[in-house]
Design a protein around this ligand. Structure first.
Ligand SMILES: Cc1ncc(COP(=O)(O)O)c(C=O)c1O
Length: 486
């Protein structure tokens, strides 16, 4: 392979080569799909076998063109097409067009956010985006934040900061220096039984263990039952346990239900606890003039998880953790002579490594900057309001349809529902649709198999939704027919 084909250089040949490879890549991607379905429907065993026949590390490289040809033939046709209106199982969005362009900028420059000398403009962009976000969520000038690899890392960071701050305040204990306090096995974090499992992971990783996570029961709308929560915290306190944090879920993974942040703040204050808002999902609602109120006042929380690769439709990965008091981020502050010299920082070279769990880190804030700039507040308002409106529409259709049950009205853009034919029918319908390229969600509610639409794609129209309902009904009827014959 010629030297001009290794890295970008300030030479016409290298520029031309990169452009040619990008153009060819786009042609390959573009020709890998020719219909609206989300997936080729290939069987997993067949796909595995086909991929296992490829020699992944040949002695002599194939070169770009042949490698692309092979990828185009074997892999791209079976990649999941997140932009399809037939894709709605997870909190996993299509990427907006301009955000793909910003991903390209991020990859080409390959800046790293740990130190200013590795990312001068990107560092300043992240600082400015974080300032904007803290205002957007109602925090004042004392707030700060940092981009992370996703909602899980944002949550783990937040729980760590909450543990450290609480231990310093209540026990006079410096966790950063000395590790968990002697009474660590009694520390307790309270969160909804429907919260994301990153809470359990966080407590495991922090040396507190799963037993530290107390799952609070929910009401009929899938929100933490505040009265029961208070009784549980009171009971634990009386038993000598040490409650340190409540986590409100602002958009549960399945239902999109939103805990009452105001009531949880009161509870946290009464018992002297930290309050984190896991708004990985629901944070997008802040952009909707119509539905913004549905998340409650997130500035009541001591920290907030905001995921941009969910409702905000930015490419994976893109998330931030915001803190009400900038000093909470000191939990991550460390100096290395080679990286973040104190004298540089005194002269205005901000090294973001001191706010992050990561060292090398992608310039993801650039995607937020570029999409906010491209679409403005109004553009995001339209998108987020449309997807939440779509969930309302879908719910209004199936909640009065005798073939379906839909127990929880949507607050955000997810609807959990089921065919009345029972667990097996729901399982089989989802599988049948998958093999036809339509990908819908499946979960469990009160022991019953349920189906799920997570509606993040603004391209989805009411007529698409009507067609999907009919596709599910038809698939179920076909199964009934097959059952009658057998
Ligand atoms: C409520 C909630 N919090 C956190 C996460 C974790 O986010 P990520 O997948 O970006 O790590 C998810 C993922 O779906 C989620 O639904």
């Amino acid at each position: 392979m010629s030297e001009s084909r290794t890295v970008l250089k300030n030479e016409p040949e290298a520029r031309a080569e990169l452009k040619r490879e990008l153009d060819r890549t786009w042609e390959a991607v573009s020709s890998s799909f020719s219909d609206d379905s989300a997936f080729s429907g290939i069987d997993p065993n067949e796909l595995r076998k086909m991929i296992s026949l490829i020699d992944f590390l040949p002695e002599e490289g194939l070169g770009f063109d042949r490698a692309l040809e092979l990828t185009q033939e074997k892999i791209l046709p079976h990649m999941l097409r997140t932009w399809s209106t037939d894709y709605m199982p997870h909190l996993h969005s299509p990427a907006m067009l301009e955000s793909i362009a910003s991903e390209l900028m991020i990859s080409i420059y390959n800046n790293s956010m740990d130190s200013w000398d590795q990312s001068p403009a990107a560092t300043e962009v992240e600082l400015a985006v974080i300032r904007l976000l803290t205002k957007l969520f109602g925090y004042d000038d004392k707030a700060d934040g940092c981009f992370t690899s996703g909602g899980s890392q944002s949550n783990i960071s937040a729980v760590m900061m909450a543990r450290d701050a609480w231990c310093a305040r209540k026990l006079g204990w410096d966790v950063k220096k000395k590790g968990n306090p002697p009474e660590y096995q009694t520390l307790r974090l309270y969160t909804s039984e429907l919260s994301h499992f990153s809470m359990d992971k966080a407590c495991h990783m922090l040396g507190l263990g799963y037993d530290a996570v107390v799952k609070l029961p929910v009401d009929s709308l899938c929100r933490i039952d505040i009265e029961k929560a208070e009784k549980i915290i009171e009971r634990d306190t009386a038993a000598g346990l040490l409650p340190f944090c409540i986590v409100a879920t602002i958009g549960t993974t399945d239902f999109g239900s939103v805990d009452d942040i105001c009531a949880l703040r009161r509870l946290a204050d009464r018992y002297g606890l930290m309050l984190h808002a896991d708004a990985a999902y629901g944070s997008g609602a802040v952009m909707s003039s119509r539905y913004r109120e549905r998340t409650g006042d997130l500035s009541l929380a001591d920290s907030i998880t905001v995921d941009f690769h969910k409702m905000f439709l930015l490419p994976i990965s893109c998330s931030a953790v915001l803190v009400k008091e900038a000093s909470m981020l000191d939990a991550f502050q460390l100096h290395a002579d080679y990286l973040n010299r104190e004298e540089d920082e005194e002269d205005g070279y901000v090294n973001l490594v001191g706010k992050s769990m990561q060292t090398t880190r992608r310039a993801d804030a650039l995607k937020v900057f570029f999409s906010f700039l491209t679409r403005g507040r109004k553009g995001f308002d339209d998108i987020i309001s449309r997807v939440i409106g779509n969930a309302q529409y879908f719910y209004s259709k199936i909640s009065c349809d005798s073939d379906f049950l839909a127990p929880v009205p949507p607050v955000l853009s997810s609807v959990v529902f089921a065919l009345r034919d029972g667990d097996e029918a729901n399982r089989k319908v989802r599988r049948a649709l998958l093999s036809q390229g339509t990908v819908i969600g499946q979960t469990v509610m009160n022991g019953r198999v349920m189906l799920k639409f997570t509606l993040l794609n603004p391209a989805l129209s009411h007529s698409h939704i009507d067609a999907l309902i009919e596709r599910i009904r038809t698939s179920c009827s076909a199964l009934r027919g097959a059952g009658d014959k057998s």
